[in-house]
Design a protein. Structure first.
Lengths: 604, 302
C-alpha cells in the first residue's frame, strides 16, 4: 500500500522532440524510488498526500479534485489543501492551440477556486472569486474550458482565502505548437514554496497585532555597540538616525520568516532532498516556479552557471548568471550543463536569510553536495528608502559609511560592479515626475518616495556586490519583441503603499475595500507606472493581459505576468487592453493581497 | 482650573508632537520636490541632517502631512466604473481583528509591603477604527486598591497615531469616579510608545495621564523596557487621596525574556513618588510617599 505511493521525488518532463529520454528518465525515476534516502523522506509524510514527486496529467480533459488531506512537513501532522491529493498539485501538461476542459470539484466545506497564473483566457475562466466568477462552492464541480493560446512554464493555484499557503499550487507546462526553441535533454519542474504549520489566518492576525512578530533579526544593543567599536559613536548613531526617526526597520526584509516557515522544493523540505537526475554532459532544463506565498527566493547552484532562457512563460535571450531572485508568481527557466560526475546543490534561500530550501542535481540517486549556509542578512539601504539620490550628488557617496550595509554594498548606489556593464549608469535616467494620490497622506501610508529609482539593474537588497553574477530585470529581453508595436496612448500611475507598523497594505493608500476599479479602455495600448512607496519588494501580478516591461527610456524589455517592484523603485510596462471583462491586479505576496493590496481592472 | 488649562495645553502639545514628525517631513509640496523639478531639496534642518549622515541622501521620504491641492485622485482611473454584479471579495481590511496585551501582571515588593498589579490593553476592530480597552490596577491584602479602567474608540489619524475617545472608570479605595476620556496613543520618532490622555468629569474636574515606554532589545529575546507614567489632577479628591497638580510619577525598568512573543517572564524595579497634597494624603494614611518597588511578573500577548 505504502510502496504504491512511493514515487520518485523527480519530475520527468521529457521534451517531446527527445522521446528517447522518456524511458531513460522513467528508469532513473524507478531507481530513485527505491533509494533509502527517499524512504526517510517519505516516512515523515503522513499517509494521504503525495509530495515530492507529483503526477503529470496531460491531454485536453482534466479532472481535478480539491480536498483537505493530511501532511507532515515538520513532524507535526497538519491538514493541507490539495488538488488530487498531492503537494504540489499535479503538473498539468497542455499543448498550445488545444481547447482544454478542466473539471474542478470541491470536496471541502469551504469555497475554492483555481486561477491559471499567466494564462491568457476569457475572464470567466480566470478563477478569481468575486471578480471573474463566484467561486466553487462545497460539493460543486466547476468546468473551466478555454483555448490555450500560448506555450511555456506557468502555474496554477487557489485564489480563495489562504488555500495557496496551505498547499494548493501546481505547475503548468504548455508545449509549443511548433517546435521548442529551448532544447534540453532533461526537463524538471522546480517549484518553490513556503509552508507553515500555523493557520494562515492566525499568522495574519499575529502580523496585525505585531507586524514584526516573525522578525528575529532586529537591531539590538549588541549591534549598536559593535558598530560603535567598528566605526565610532557618531557613525553608529548616524546609521540608525533616519530609520529611528522614521520608525522604519532596516531589517524588515520579510514579514514571515523561517520562525514559522519551512521552505519546500517540489513539496519536499530541505531534509527530504528532492533530487533531479542527469548524465554528465546533458543539458538540463530547470523550470523554477516561485510559489511561496510570502517569500522571495534567491536561487543558485553553487559551482554551476545557469543560463536563463525563459521567464514568466516567455523565451528570453539567454543570459548566464550565478544566481537569480524571484518573487511569488514569477517563473524562471534555466539551462544547466553539469559536466562532472558529481552532485550539485540547488539552493534557494529566502530573501530574509532565515531559511532555505534545497534539492540536488545528481548523476545517481542518494547523492548530496555541500549545502551552503544562508548569506548574512543585510540592512535595507537608503536607496531602498529614498530611491534615486538625485543628480550631482555622487560625490556624497564617500560619506556613506554612516548608512546601512556599507560594507556589503555601495549603499544608495545600488549598481553592483558587474551590472554596471548593463549600460545604465547611476543618475542616467532622467528625473521623473511623481504624483502621489491624495489618499497617500493619511494613516495608511508610512512613507512616500519623491525621487524613485528607475534603474532596473539592481538585483535588490542582499544580492548587491555579493561576488556572484545575479540576474536583474535589465538582463531580460523577450525574444521577438513586444506583442503590440504601438506606443502608449495613455498612462496610468499607481503607487504601492502600506503602513508596516499597522500591517496595512494598499494601492494609492486605499485598501481594496475602499477602492474603485481601474478602467482600461478596450484595445488601448496603455502605459502603467508602478511606484513603490514602501520598503518591501512587491511582485505585482496583472491578470488577463501581458505586462510588457520597458526601460526607463521606454525601450521594450520583457513580457511578464508578474513584475517585482523593489523598494523606492518606479517601473513601467505597456499593456494592450484586449481582454474584455473584469480582472484581478494585486501584490502576489498573499498576506499583502489579503490585507487589501488589490485592485479590480475593468476592460471595457 | 489652571491645571485643567495646563492639562489641555500638554495634550495639545502631545498631539502636536504626534503630528509634528509627520508634519516636519510631510508638508512639503511634492511639486517642489526634486523628483518633480530636479531642483535643490528643501533646506529644512532635517534634510541637512540627513545629508550629513546620509552622504548625498538629500531628501527624506515623506511621511504623513497633508495632500497638496493637485494630488492625484485615487478614483480617477475608474472613469466612473464600479464593481460588477458578482459580490466583490472582502479582504482583511474589512475584517475585525483583536489583540490582548497584558504588559504587566506582577508581584510587587517594597521594603514593608507586598502587593500585586496589572496593566493591560486590548483592542477589537479594524485597521483604522477599533474598540480599545485599557485597565490598570493594584491589589493589596486581597483588596483592589486603585484601579483605572477605560473603554475607548481608537481612530487612526496619522501614520503612527490614533486618537482615543471614551470613558474611564476609577475604582478601588475611596469613591468610584467616572470620566470622559480623550487622548492620543502612538509611536513617536525613535520608537517611543506614547499615551497621553486627558479626562473630564463633573464639577469641572480634569485629569491627565502620560505614559511613555521604550523597548530596548538587548538580544532578540531579552528586552529591557523603560517606562514612565505620570498622573495629574485639577482638583483635590480627598476620597481617593488625590491632591491637585502632579499626583504621582513612576519611572520603572522591566527586563523580560520572550520565550515566545506571547509569553515573557520579567523582573523589574519601579520608583514611585507622590507629590503635593497626594503626598500628604499618603503620609496621613501611614503610607510611603516615595518607594522603590521590586517587581516580578509575566507579560502576555494574545
Amino acid at each position: 500500500m505504502k510502496t504504491k505511493r512511493i514515487s520518485p521525488p523527480l519530475t520527468t518532463l521529457p521534451d517531446p522532440s527527445r522521446r528517447r529520454f522518456v524511458q531513460g528518465l522513467a528508469a532513473g525515476g524507478a531507481a530513485l524510488g527505491l533509494s533509502p534516502l527517499l524512504g526517510t523522506a517519505r516516512a515523515q509524510q503522513a499517509p494521504g498526500t503525495i509530495t515530492g514527486m507529483v503526477p503529470v496529467l496531460s491531454g485536453t480533459e482534466f479532472d481535478l479534485t480539491i480536498a483537505e488531506t493530511a501532511v507532515n512537513f515538520t513532524g507535526k501532522p497538519r491538514m493541507a489543501t490539495t488538488v488530487n491529493g498531492s503537494i504540489p498539485s499535479p503538473i498539468l501538461r497542455w499543448r498550445e492551440g488545444d481547447t482544454i476542459t478542466l473539471r474542478v470539484t470541491n470536496r471541502m466545506s469551504v469555497s475554492t477556486s483555481i486561477h491559471w497564473h499567466g494564462i491568457i483566457l476569457p475572464t470567466g475562466m480566470d478563477g478569481v472569486p468575486g471578480v471573474s466568477f463566484e467561486g466553487i462552492a462545497p460539493g460543486e464541480t466547476f468546468v473551466y474550458r478555454f483555448k490555450v493560446e500560448q506555450s511555456g512554464t506557468y502555474w496554477y493555484h487557489s485564489h480563495s482565502g489562504f488555500q495557496e499557503q496551505t498547499g494548493m499550487y501546481g505547475a503548468i507546462i504548455i508545449d509549443p505548437a511548433r517546435g521548442n526553441r529551448i532544447r534540453a535533454d532533461r526537463d524538471y519542474v522546480v517549484q518553490l514554496s513556503d509552508w507553515t504549520d500555523e493557520d494562515p489566518l492566525r499568522v495574519l492576525a499575529k502580523l496585525k497585532k505585531m507586524s514584526d512578530y516573525y522578525n528575529f533579526n532586529q537591531l539590538t544593543a549588541g549591534d549598536f555597540f559593535r558598530d560603535v567599536a567598528d566605526s565610532g559613536l557618531g557613525n553608529a548613531l548616524g546609521k540608525r538616525r533616519m530609520w529611528n526617526r522614521m520608525r522604519m526597520n532596516p531589517t524588515d526584509l520579510a514579514d514571515i520568516s523561517a520562525y514559522t516557515y519551512t521552505f519546500l522544493m517540489n513539496g519536499t523540505p530541505p531534509a527530504g532532498n528532492w533530487t533531479a537526475l542527469f548524465k554528465p554532459g546533458e543539458r538540463v532544463r530547470l523550470r523554477f516556479i516561485s510559489s511561496g506565498t510570502q517569500s522571495f527566493f534567491d536561487v543558485r547552484i553553487p559551482g554551476l552557471k545557469m543560463t536563463v532562457v525563459h521567464v514568466d512563460g516567455v523565451d528570453v535571450e539567454p543570459v548566464t548568471v550565478d544566481e537569480f531572485r524571484f518573487g511569488p508568481g514569477e517563473t524562471c527557466d534555466v539551462i544547466v550543463e553539469p559536466t562532472d560526475d558529481r552532485a550539485w546543490t540547488i539552493f534557494a534561500q529566502a530573501m530574509d536569510r532565515t531559511g532555505y530550501t534545497r534539492g540536488t542535481l545528481a548523476p545517481r540517486p542518494g547523492m548530496e553536495a555541500d549545502v551552503p549556509a544562508p548569506d548574512e542578512p543585510e540592512w535595507l539601504t537608503m536607496a531602498d528608502m529614498m530611491g534615486n539620490m538625485g543628480q550631482g550628488e555622487m560625490g556624497g557617496m564617500q560619506n556613506m559609511q554612516g548608512m546601512g550595509s556599507m560594507d556589503h554594498s555601495s549603499g544608495g548606489m545600488v549598481h553592483s560592479a558587474h551590472t554596471m556593464q548593463g549600460g545604465m549608469a547611476m543618475g542616467a535616467a532622467a528625473p521623473v515626475r511623481v504624483r502621489h494620490a491624495r489618499t497617500e497622506y493619511g494613516p495608511s501610508v508610512d512613507m512616500r518616495v519623491d525621487t524613485p529609482r528607475t534603474n532596473l539593474d539592481d538585483p535588490g537588497v542582499g544580492l548587491r556586490n555579493n561576488g556572484r553574477r545575479v540576474l536583474t530585470y535589465a538582463d531580460l529581453h523577450t525574444i521577438g519583441g513586444p506583442l503590440d508595436e504601438r506606443g502608449a496612448e495613455r498612462e496610468i500611475e499607481l503607487h504601492l503603499t502600506g503602513n508596516m507598523e499597522r500591517y496595512t497594505w494598499s494601492l494609492d493608500g486605499l485598501e481594496f475595500g475602499k477602492s474603485s476599479p481601474v478602467h482600461f479602455r478596450h484595445n488601448e495600448r496603455l502605459r502603467v507606472i508602478l511606484l513603490n512607496d514602501t520598503m518591501m519588494t512587491h511582485p505585482m501580478h496583472l491578470h488577463g493581459m501581458w505586462s510588457e516591461q520597458e526601460t526607463p527610456e521606454g525601450e521594450f524589455l520583457a513580457r511578464r505576468h508578474t513584475i517585482s517592484v523593489q523598494p523606492a523603485q518606479r517601473i513601467s510596462f505597456l499593456v494592450t487592453a484586449d481582454a474584455l471583462g473584469r480582472w484581478a491586479w494585486h501584490c502576489h505576496l498573499l498576506y499583502h493581497m489579503d490585507a487589501g493590496m488589490f485592485r479590480e481592472v475593468v476592460v471595457a | 482650573m489652571k491645571l485643567f488649562a495646563a492639562a489641555v495645553m500638554v495634550l495639545t502639545l502631545c498631539s502636536a508632537r504626534a503630528q509634528g514628525p509627520a508634519a516636519e517631513m510631510g508638508t512639503m509640496n511634492p511639486d517642489s520636490m526634486p523628483g518633480a523639478d530636479n531642483g535643490a531639496g528643501p533646506e529644512s534642518p532635517d534634510n541637512r541632517d540627513s545629508m550629513n549622515h546620509g552622504g548625498g541622501a538629500g531628501r527624506l521620504p515623506m511621511q504623513g502631512g497633508t495632500a497638496p491641492p493637485d494630488a492625484r485622485d485615487p478614483h480617477a482611473w475608474s472613469d466612473g466604473y464600479d464593481f460588477g454584479t458578482i459580490p466583490r471579495p472582502r479582504f482583511a481590511d474589512e475584517h475585525n481583528f483583536a489583540a490582548l496585551l497584558v504588559d504587566q501582571l506582577e508581584y510587587v515588593r517594597t521594603n514593608d509591603d507586598q502587593s500585586a498589579a496589572y496593566d493591560l490593553q486590548a483592542w477589537f476592530g479594524r485597521d483604522y477604527d477599533r474598540a480599545v480597552f485599557k485597565a490598570e490596577g493594584d491589589y493589596d491584602s486581597n483588596k483592589l486598591q486603585d484601579a483605572r479602567t477605560e473603554l475607548l474608540w481608537g481612530h487612526a489619524v496619522a501614520v503612527f497615531w490614533d486618537t482615543q475617545l471614551g470613558i474611564r472608570h476609577d475604582s478601588g479605595e475611596g469613591r468610584n469616579r467616572n470620566w470622559l476620556a480623550f487622548g492620543v496613543q502612538g509611536l513617536a520618532p525613535y520608537w517611543f510608545e506614547v499615551e497621553a490622555t486627558g479626562y473630564l468629569r463633573g464639577g469641572n474636574r480634569a485629569a491627565l495621564r502620560l505614559d511613555a515606554s521604550y523597548e530596548l532589545l538587548l538580544t532578540q529575546k531579552l528586552i529591557l523596557q523603560p517606562r514612565i507614567e505620570a498622573n495629574a489632577y485639577s482638583k483635590r479628591d480627598a476620597s481617593r487621596g488625590l491632591g491637585d497638580g502632579l499626583s504621582d510619577l513612576v519611572p520603572g525598568l522591566r527586563l523580560r525574556y520572550e520565550f515566545r512573543r506571547e509569553i515573557a517572564p520579567y523582573i523589574g524595579v519601579e520608583w514611585s513618588r507622590k507629590f503635593s497634597d497626594t503626598k500628604d494624603f499618603a503620609r496621613a494614611a501611614g503610607e510611603d510617599t516615595s518607594e522603590t518597588r521590586f517587581v516580578a511578573g509575566l507579560r502576555f500577548l494574545f
